[in-house]
Write a protein that binds this ligand. Structure first.
Ligand code: ADE
Length: 238
């Protein structure tokens, strides 16, 4: 296969930067481009999964929506890594807290993703249920967060295929037996693609709801509060 790929219409790989930030929501990608980037070029409209490249503090970076769930981020991250020369993808997403220690808007740096998903097994035969984020990128993220004075919590998260679980207590097993502090739905597939393609991936999450207390943020609140993790990740512009 060559470019353009089935899901990204860009026909010049130089237009996409080496580092791509990936929120789930393509409108959040547009928000980042509108709010933080200069000299913005839009490189993807296919399925409204908007992708942009611009400069942040004079350095290049791209931002593109991933959609929700592992099949979706699996497609976009694979095409970016394999066909567009992307080296680093940093997912910037939301998560639901599995512990009382986590509060709404806390920022989590994912050390590893645990999942029951068959994504990695089907993709490349990987048959374990944990995949690590890239430690080098994570060290840099932790350093940027410290410099920006943004507290982060590090830990293992649950990449789930299910948002609406039938058993409201099922999270207790993911927390108590598997050590997961929060749920999201994409990192495991992103990390699997990075691993098989020899690329780098990381994930920053902001707590948008609590699966323990059922507190949740409104979409308007999320738009503003999620800027902390965006600002950490934007430091990867180069
Ligand atoms: N992303 C944000 N909140 C979530 C939740 N409760 N479960 C899975 N993914 C999420």
């Amino acid at each position: 296969m060559s470019i353009p790929t089935p899901h990204i219409e860009c026909n010049d790989s130089n237009i996409i930067a080496k580092t791509v930030l990936m929120p789930g929501d393509p409108l959040r990608a547009k928000f980042i481009a509108d709010t933080y980037l200069e000299d913005v070029v839009q490189f993807n409209h296919v399925r409204n999964m908007f992708g942009f490249t611009g400069t942040y503090k004079g350095k290049r970076i791209s931002v593109m929506g991933s959609g929700m769930g592992m099949p979706s981020i699996g497609i976009y991250s694979f095409e970016l890594y394999k066909f567009y020369g992307v080296e680093n993808i940093i997912r910037i997403g939301s998560c639901g807290a599995y512990t009382n220690d986590l509060k709404l808007y806390d920022v989590i740096l994912v050390d590893e993703a645990w999942s029951q998903s068959t994504y990695a097994k089907v993709q490349n035969g990987y048959d374990k249920d944990v995949i690590e984020a890239n430690p080098e990128i994570n060290d840099r993220i932790a350093k940027h967060a410290e410099e920006l004075n943004i507290p982060i919590v590090r830990g293992r998260i649950h990449s789930s295929d299910v948002f609406y679980a039938d058993d409201p207590n099922s999270y207790k097993s993911y927390r108590d037996n598997h050590g997961c502090i929060a749920a999201e739905m994409e990192s495991f597939a992103l990390f699997a693609n990075a691993k098989v393609l020899g690329k780098k991936a990381a994930c920053l999450l902001t707590v948008s709801d609590s699966i323990v207390t059922h507190e949740e943020t409104t979409s308007e609140e999320r738009q503003n509060a999620f800027t902390k993790m965006m600002e950490i990740a934007l430091e990867f512009a180069e």
